[in-house]
Design a protein around this ligand. Structure first.
Ligand code: AMP
Length: 402
């Protein structure tokens, strides 16, 4: 049973063809700079990757190229499009409408469009991906998997902002969260790895990549998360500032004479690790510079780890304890130094990292000491598989040919 997973950005189209039963990735790739003269298409897995500079005026043209690569020539993974059973689309904003993944119909498309007000670039891009699939593969069942739906269980005391209530009523301003598919996946996998029912566990899940978010998951139910109305809130990230004193925004707009678009750009693209270190948003470069004595790189490291540490404390308080802390994504999975710094000094809370286990690489693994009352586990995330699995289940339940 093969599901084509599509993650459409405003100028990109990422895809994976996944056999849901075996979890094998049959093919994957990305079309980048769609709509520009510099468009290119990368297709293949690891050393078999091929890159072509190819004109792609829009997402529809990109999708046509993807389907051609999947079915013809040296890149071929399947004989014909009939071997694609269904399509799963990543959609960033599901707002209040979607607390789970859904089969796509006209009403779902209209709601994704309506919600574009909250995530203009992302939801419009997802719609372009959906439209391209409709044109290239008419009648193929499609499912929307939302980044926000896992967090619809968060209670009002955590999702409301202490602003005038009318703003919530008029503009739906509240916390929605993001990275929900990743948090859902790693919470399920962590419970399986620990051989405990998810419904018995209090988990803090940390997605630490270029984008960063952290969630409190109480007995399988998300009760809080660090990203807010948009993915700018919460932890310090690669280029995003995360939570700052909101009064800073009008202050810098006035002092630096910035427009709303410029201040938005500054907080989303020029802040975080990049803004503090002045070197890079890539933690590997920041790490190297800090080890060579660069003080701002070290400060960036210290701030990033401190930002995660503070949220861990908050979420222990929110849930009245924690059984396990789960780490994932580029930094969470790979950076032993950052993990060591995050957990340094948390022994009084029963959280003890094993410094030897922390250095080991591998797949799903535990890095806490045997006497740590809170377990620390590293789980590589797999959002694409989760999208494929949701798609498969919904299409099967609906009896649409699987
Ligand atoms: P992601 O968004 O999940 O792809 O994560 C990207 C982030 O992970 C970047 O900041 C990378 O520098 C970081 N990263 C990946 N591998 C390592 C590593 N071995 N050590 C430190 N950071 C890493």
């Amino acid at each position: 049973m093969n599901v084509l997973v599509i993650n459409a950005g405003s100028s990109s189209l990422k895809y994976q063809l996944i056999n849901v039963e075996t979890q094998d990735v049959l093919a994957k790739g990305i079309c980048e700079r769609v709509g520009s003269h510099e468009a290119f298409h990368k297709h293949g897995i690891d050393e078999n990757e091929v890159v072509h500079d190819t004109p792609m005026p829009d997402h529809n043209a990109a999708m046509a190229l993807v389907l051609e690569a999947l079915t013809t020539g040296s890149t071929k993974a399947i004989d014909s499009l009939d071997e694609i059973d269904a399509i799963g689309h990543r959609v960033v904003q599901g707002g209040k409408y979607f607390d789970r993944s859904v089969l796509i119909d006209d009403d779902v498309i209209a709601k994704i469009d309506e919600l574009a007000e909250l995530a203009p670039l992302h939801n419009k891009a997802a719609l372009m991906g959906i439209e391209a699939c409709k044109q290239q593969m008419p009648g193929k069942p499609m499912v929307a998997v939302f980044d926000t739906s896992f967090f619809q269980s968060i209670p009002p005391k955590a999702y409301m902002y202490p602003l005038p209530y009318e703003l919530y009523e008029k503009h739906a301003i509240r916390k929605y969260g993001a990275h929900g598919t990743s948090h859902r996946y790693i919470s399920e996998r962590a419970a399986a790895f620990m051989d405990e029912p998810l419904e018995d566990l209090k988990l803090i899940t940390c997605h630490l990549g270029n984008g960063c978010s952290i969630s409190a998951i109480d007995h399988g139910v998300a009760v809080d998360t660090s990203m807010g109305l948009t993915p700018l809130d919460g932890l310090m990230m690669g280029t995003r500032c995360g939570a700052v004193d909101p009064a800073i925004v009008p202050f810098i707009m006035e002092k630096e004479n910035l427009t709303t678009a410029e201040v938005n750009d500054l907080m989303n693209k020029k802040s975080g690790l990049l803004g503090i270190s002045g070197i890079s948003n890539d933690l590997r470069s920041v790490r190297q510079a800090s080890e060579e004595g660069d003080e701002r790189a070290q400060l960036a490291y210290d701030m990033y780890s401190n930002s995660v540490k503070k949220y861990i404390g908050q979420y222990i308080a929110v849930m009245g304890g924690v059984d396990a802390i789960v780490l994932t994504a580029g930094v969470g999975e790979n950076c032993d130094k950052m993990r060591r710094m995050i957990f340094a000094g948390l022994q009084p809370l029963g959280i003890k990292i094993d410094l030897e286990k922390n250095k080991l690489r591998g797949h799903e693994r535990e890095i806490s000491t045997d006497d740590s009352t809170v377990r620390i586990v590293v789980i590589p995330t797999n959002e694409e598989y989760m999208i494929a699995r949701d798609t498969y289940q919904l299409v099967k339940e609906d009896g649409m040919g699987l």
